[in-house]
Write a protein that binds this ligand. Sequence first.
Ligand code: SAM
Length: 248
Amino acid sequence: WGILYVVATPIGNLGDLSPRAQETLQEVELIAAEDTRHSGGLLRHFGITTAMVSLHEYNERQQAELLIGRCQEGLSVALISDAGTPLISDPGYRVVRQARQAGIAVVSVPGPCALVAALSVAGLPSDRFVFEGFLPAKSQARQTRLEQLVDETRTLIFYEAPRRLPQTLQAMVETFGPDREAVVARELTKRHETVRGGSLSTLLTWAKQAPESGRGELVLLLHGAEKKQDAPRQEALKVLLPLVTALP
Ligand code: SAM
């Protein structure tokens, strides 16, 4: 049987397509790409001539059958998305799951991923984090989601459309308070890369005023909530303290 390779592609800087990714994309028989025109440009740049098929959220079920069929015929397939790592806020999950269930070898060719790149330069705690992907577009659903995250102590990472940044920061100020620390990582690996940190309220002021905040691509990171003293410990102290003071 062939192998299904999951290959990361650049998030804006062509220099980030690894030699192993180039080799894999050249050597497989078929590349499943989100937007074949977009990825066609990338492949041409590297002189890669492998045939492509499209793989979107809406056709993933049928395409999964086709790709798995190809692997079962002994052909190798590479899965890529428009940018970064497939499956991360991008299609591919069904294909990978079904391929593994069918007993096909799935091999990672890792590389760029906006959330990891952003976390690695944000200066926020990185030992534990939660990736929330895109918040719901509708304001009520978004508000509900944010409220569910109010007590989360791990660093929170969101993908966001730049035009929605002011509304999202406004909603975050209301939910998490104006002083919660946050970072906006824009245009990573590109010419106008900027990483701006500060309180939610300073970032909101910037997002409303600076024209560049509304352009390009961005990752929004939020410091986790301060840890509350855990309730069982407080309960134990309540019982123990009077005992200790009562002892001779
Ligand atoms: N699969 C991709 C990955 O591995 O990061 C993410 C795909 S998702 C559809 C696209 C989102 O990723 C953008 O809206 C933005 O939030 C983030 N993103 C992608 N490239 C970026 C970049 N160069 N700088 C900042 N954020 C980026």
